[in-house]
Design a protein around this ligand. Sequence first.
Ligand code: NAI
Length: 509
Amino acid sequence: NVPIRTVCCIGAGYVGGPTAAVLALHNPHVRVVVVDRDQKRIDAWKGRHLPIHEPGLGDVVRAARDGTSDIEAGTEAARQPNLFFSTACIETIKEADICLISVNTPTKLRGVGAGRATDMAAFEGACRDVAMYAKPGCILVEKSTVPCKTGQLIKDIMEAHRPGVVFPVLSNPEFLSEGTAVRDLMQPDRVVIGSESTISGHRAAAALANLYAAWVPRSRIAPINIWSSELCKLAANAMLAQRISSINSISAICEKTGADVGEIAKSVGMDPRIGPQFLKAGLGFGGSCFRKDIASLTYLSESLGLPEVAAYWQQVLTMNNFQRDRFARHVIATLNNSLRGKKVTILGYAFKKNTGDARESPALDVIRILLEEGPKSIAIFDPLCSEADIKHELSVLEKDFAVCKPDGPVEVLQDPYTACADSNAVLVLTDWDMFKNTKPAPAPTKPTLAESYDGATPTGVLHITPKLEQTNLNSKPPTPPRTPKISPLPADIACRLIPEPSCPIDCTE
Ligand code: NAI
C-alpha cells in the first residue's frame, strides 16, 4: 500500500474547497493542503467568511481547519488542525503524496473548437507544476471534469518534463451538486476511481480508495478503467440535462393543448423505470457544468467521427435555449409587446437555490432578450449572489447595453421589496424558498393578474403586478403603492397557465 500522509488539492473552488474539507475531516491524520493562485480566494478560505456558500460547509471547514477541543467536540476527542489553505503551490506540490487537480475546465472561447471544446489551459498548467515539482511516485488525480483520454495527455506532459519517472494517474470525477455539496460529499452515491490496468495504477487506486473508505462504505467505491471514469462524468451530466430538456419539450406541448406539465411530470415520475428526479419543467438547466459538459461531449463525438451522436446531444442544448427564449418572449408579449418605460424585476439570479454561484445563469439569457426591448430598468435581487458577481456575469452585455454603468438599465438590489417597487412585472427565476413562502398579499381592490408561466416553474414564474392593469403607455403611470403587491406563488409552484379573461393585453402564445 502507498502511504498517504499529505494531500495537495490544486484549485480552491466549488469542488476543491468542499472536497478537501470533507476529506480532511474524515482523515484527521492526513495533512490536506488546498492551493490556489487566487490570493483573495485563499484568504477567504482562511477567514470567517468562506468564498462559497454551501449548507454545512462552515462547520466542516472550522473543525478540520481550526481543530476542536474535546469539550467542544462533545463525544469526540480533541483534533488537531489538518486542513490548510495556501498560495504556495510549488512548495505544497513538492511535499505531496497525492495531488488532486480540481481547477476550472470551462468551454474554449476562441480558436479550434470554440464554444464546445474544453479549455484545458488551467488543467494543463496544474499538471505541468506537478510534473516539474512533485516527488517521484506522487499520484496525480483528475478531479476536474475533463474530456475522455485526458489521462493520456497527463502522461505525455509528465514524460516530457520528467522522462522515466513514474507518476500514477487516476480519474476521480466529482458528482457533487452545488447547494448540497456537503451532503453529497458526506454520503456519496458512488465514488468512481479510474486507473490504468498496471500494478502502479491499481496500487494508486487502492491508496485513494483508502482515503475515501474512512467514511464511504467500500461497496460504494467503484474502481474502474480510467477512460470509463473520465467518460462517466460527462455521461451522467448529459443524461441529467437530457431529462430536463425532455420535460421542457413536453411543457411546450402543454401550453398549446391545455395539458398540465406538473401533472404529467408527476405521473411519468411514478413509473419506477423513470423515477421522479429532474422532471421539473422550468427555465432549463444552468450552472457551470451541464452546458459545458454536453458541449464537450458533442465535440468529443464529432472528433471521434460520430456526427449523429453529436447531433443527438446538441439537441439537449437547443431545447434548453428554446425554453429561455420562449419564457422571455412570453414576458414581452404579456407586457403588451413593449418594455419601453417599464420596469421588470428579477427575483433570483443564481441558477438554483442555496448557491451564490452566479455563473451560467438562465437569468442572463432572459435579461439579454428583455434588454433588446429597451426597458426603463431591470432590477435584480438574489439572496446570495453578490452584486459584484452578478455584474461580472452581466459584463458580457456591456458592449450592447452598457449594463455596468452606474446609470445603466440594470440594477442589483439588496432588498426584494425595493427591487419590486414600482415594477410592471416580477419574474421568479430561482427556486429560492423565500420566494415560495411569500405570505399572501391582502386581496387587491381589482383582481390581480397573476400568471404562472407554463412549463417555466419553479425557475420561471411571471407575476404581473396590479400596476400593469392601470398602465397606459401614453399617459403617466399612477403613483405606485408604497409596498409592492407580489401575488403569492402557488404553494407547490405547479406549472399552469391561468388565462385571465379580463386581461387587457394579449396573454396567448
Ligand atoms: P472554480 O472556478 O470554482 O475553481 C477553480 C479554481 O482553480 C480557481 O479558484 C482557480 O483560481 C484555480 N486554479 C486554476 N488554475 C490553477 C493552477 N494552475 N494552480 C492553482 N490554482 C489554479 O471551479 P469549480 O466549480 O470548483 O470546478 C472545478 C472542476 O470541477 C471543473 O472541471 C468542473 O467542471 C468540475 N466540477 C464542478 C462542479 C460544480 O458544481 N462546480 C461539480 C462537479 C465537477
